[in-house]
Design a protein around this ligand. Structure first.
Ligand code: SAM
Length: 202
């Protein structure tokens, strides 16, 4: 990842969401993006010009745009029409974003559009976040990585966040993932944890 001092940046055309510029670099703000928060707090996964990414929960494309500055290609899945309009505009200005309007719980809907990827990044704030990741792992190459941004309150508001966190980790391990890193994203994002896994080589 690219740092200027302690500021995480990406190199690409600015003006996507009024992000701050540092010279000609786009500042990737950890308070606005959970993925940027992960790079500030933990290790995460290095994204390079060879990395193919499946991004679940693209919203209006702000974090997608930074990922695309680093990656080879980003398949950006979003099911809500309003953010999709903004995402289409972001994709129009970047050659390596493939916007996919689909439900991430139904990967068979977009299987014909998506190739094998090196990284799945998921940020969907749904009750069944582990299951969505597991279903989409069909697209992940052996040895590839999953970054799951877990919003514990979306899974079950009545349960202790730590329990939801542990149950999600357990579900991913049962599905064959190897957990590499897991951490809470405070102070950048409340009630959010990042779980980083590897899909073992067979
Ligand atoms: N990752 C975004 C960012 O950093 O800019 C923010 C994502 S926002 C927290 C969650 C997004 O996931 C929303 O735009 C929502 O519409 C989308 N979403 C939720 N469930 C989904 C599903 N099953 N399929 C596709 N998109 C979904």
């Amino acid at each position: 990842m690219i740092w200027i001092g302690d500021v995480l940046v990406s190199h690409g055309e600015g003006g996507v969401y009024s992000e701050r510029m540092l010279g000609n670099a786009r500042v990737w703000d950890p308070f606005r993006s959970k993925l940027a928060a992960l790079y500030h707090k933990g290790t995460g996964v290095e994204i390079t010009a060879e990395t193919r990414v499946l991004y679940l929960g693209a919203a209006n494309g702000t974090t997608v745009s930074h990922v695309a500055d680093y990656a080879d290609v980003v398949y950006a899945v979003e099911f809500a029409p309003r953010p999709m309009q903004d995402l289409l505009e972001v994709a129009r200005r970047r050659r390596n974003i493939v916007p996919v309007m689909a439900d991430a719980t139904r990967p068979e809907q977009y299987a014909p559009l998506v190739e094998s990827v090196d990284l799945i990044y998921q940020d969907v704030a749904q009750p069944d976040q582990a299951m969505i990741a597991i279903r989409n792992s069909v697209f992940l190459r052996d040895g590839g990585h999953l970054i799951l941004m877990l919003k514990t309150r979306s899974v079950d508001v009545r349960k202790e966040p730590d329990i939801v966190f542990q149950e999600t980790v357990d579900a991913l391990i049962s599905a064959g993932f190897v957990v590499q890193e897991s951490l809470w994203l405070v102070p950048y994002h409340q009630d959010h944890a990042a779980i980083i896994c590897t899909k073992p080589e067979v």
